[in-house]
Ligand binder design. Sequence first.
Ligand code: ATP
Ligand code: MG
Length: 250
Amino acid sequence: MIEIKNLHKYFENHHVLKGLDLTVSQGETVAVIGPSGSGKSTLLRCMNLLEIPSTGELRLDEIHINARHISKTDLLSIRKNTAMVFQNYNLFANKTAAENIAEALITVRKMNKRIAMDIAQQMLKKVGLENKADHYPSGLSGGQQQRVAIGRALVLNPRVVLFDEPTSALDPELVQEVLQVIRNAAQEHVTMVIVTHELDFARDVADRIIFMDDGKIVEQNSAAEFFINPRQERTIKFLEKFKQQNMYYI
Ligand SMILES: Nc1ncnc2c1ncn2[C@@H]1O[C@H](COP(=O)(O)OP(=O)(O)OP(=O)(O)O)[C@@H](O)[C@H]1O
Ligand SMILES: [Mg+2]
């Protein structure tokens, strides 16, 4: 379980996160939506301490952190127990698909290389890329690269996987194959927080939707309720805008 309490983040004088409270239960999938600049990426990055929050508390199961004094041990254990999937894949260009997935097993988990490569091969099968083990990222499509990146995140069995717009950089025809891999992970009860502009996908895969605007959580609800019955004026406006652009259908 991951919990944040009264989280604030400033970049110099710019108040970007304005007192967020959020709990994500074990096995839950939470989608975070909201306009550009509302602080979605910053929230994700604070959850794995890629950004250090200015004030507030963060808890990942037994690890409790107060932003004002974070020990190196806590920082490392939060990073070790979380994984992040970025928009632009961030694979090692000089490693094959299998090596990309095996890398952290070998370096972080100190696993024997042959065993790590076997596990990587199984993970590739899971993300539908069993035939691409020896391909380098440059020889893979964007969708395939992103599936390798998701495999790399999942293989470590992190307590939570944080996705920052995992399909935004993809050509439309490659989006579904990546969403399917995330959907499968949700069915296996991997705990996930997904920032996305794919509202249909969010409604379909997420247990809960969080709507952020201007550094605050404006509204949250079950995926079913959120789209049918938005309560806040800002949420209604945001959803209307998407509807007008035909970007999702209820
Ligand atoms: N490292 C940084 N230094 C200074 N300001 C930053 C930094 N990162 C983010 N910001 C500012 O914080 C605000 C929120 O940014 P953030 O990237 O979290 O928004 P977002 O909701 O993810 O937007 P988008 O949908 O465009 O990805 C923006 O005004 C941004 O300019
Ligand atoms: Mg962002």
